[in-house]
Design a protein around this ligand. Structure first.
Ligand code: GLP
Length: 241
């Protein structure tokens, strides 16, 4: 694990976009997996700008969406699907993509489809993830088994409360569907992005705390090729910064 500290969110987003572009130049048919959310939004925007300016072709790559709120339709602009569709798929136009369909009525079937998609196009070359206010990655909530592939999980109270920030009106969220941490362990590169002072406690815990399923993001410490990309406020509680 490396920790890279940037002056601000813009700088870390630009650096993350550069790493993704560098990978696509070397391996055009890479399998990418991104989180949605406030943190990676700017990276996705910059990825589009840079790929146009630098003539980078994403048309051979594949994309898997990290997670989704069970029961929320893709037309809801707070859904992960909406984010992935508008900020990644419409703009970068990868050859293959799979996003969880959170209203399918068969969540186990959605997990199986995702696992099959990754088996077919993977392993994942690069994951870009965020960190939740309870230390989750995707919807791998505290206490999750680290060996899981795609799975459905009951969301913990912190996620239920914080998660409402994505929705214009109160969303009936209860469960999440997510790639499991086994995929993170097997991914060629993992970028964990965080910005802002509000993430400083969870970044301290993830990077300098014990590695434990009680704090899922701590698994980042065990990955040989992971980069924690944070701005100065998010780094403010690190002892070694
Ligand atoms: C959400 C998602 C995660 C995301 C995290 C942080 O609940 N399930 O995939 O990375 O929480 O989100 P944000 O970047 O909006 O702070």
């Amino acid at each position: 694990m490396q920790v890279k500290i940037f002056p601000d969110h813009e700088a870390l987003s630009s650096a993350a976009a550069d790493i993704i572009i560098q990978l696509i130049r070397i391996k055009p048919a890479a399998l990418l997996c991104f989180a949605s959310g406030e943190t990676p939004r700017r990276t996705c925007e910059l990825l589009v700008e840079k790929s146009i300016n630098e003539n980078v072709d994403f048309s051979k790559c594949s994309f898997a969406g990290l997670d989704e709120w069970v029961g929320i339709p893709p037309t809801n602009d707070g859904s992960c699907h909406y984010f992935f569709q508008h900020l990644v798929l419409d703009t970068l136009q990868p050859q293959n993509a799979f996003l969880f369909n959170a209203i399918s009525g068969d969540m186990e079937g959605e997990c199986a489809k995702m696992d099959q998609f990754i088996l077919q196009h993977g392993p994942i070359d690069l994951m870009m993830v965020g960190i939740g206010m309870n230390g989750h990655i995707g919807f791998n909530e505290p206490g999750v088994s680290v060996g899981l592939r795609s799975h459905v999980i009951d969301l913990d109270p912190t996620t239920l409360a914080v998660g409402q920030k994505y929705f214009k009106k109160k969303a009936p969220i209860r469960q999440g569907i997510t790639l499991g941490l086994s995929y993170l362990q097997q991914s060629g590169v993992v970028l964990l992005l965080a910005n802002g002072e509000k993430k400083s406690t969870v970044i301290h815990e993830a990077v300098e705390g014990p590695v434990t399923p009680q704090f899922p993001a701590s698994i980042i410490q065990t990955h040989a090729n992971s980069i924690v990309m944070i701005d100065k406020p998010a780094a403010s509680q690190l002892k070694n910064n």
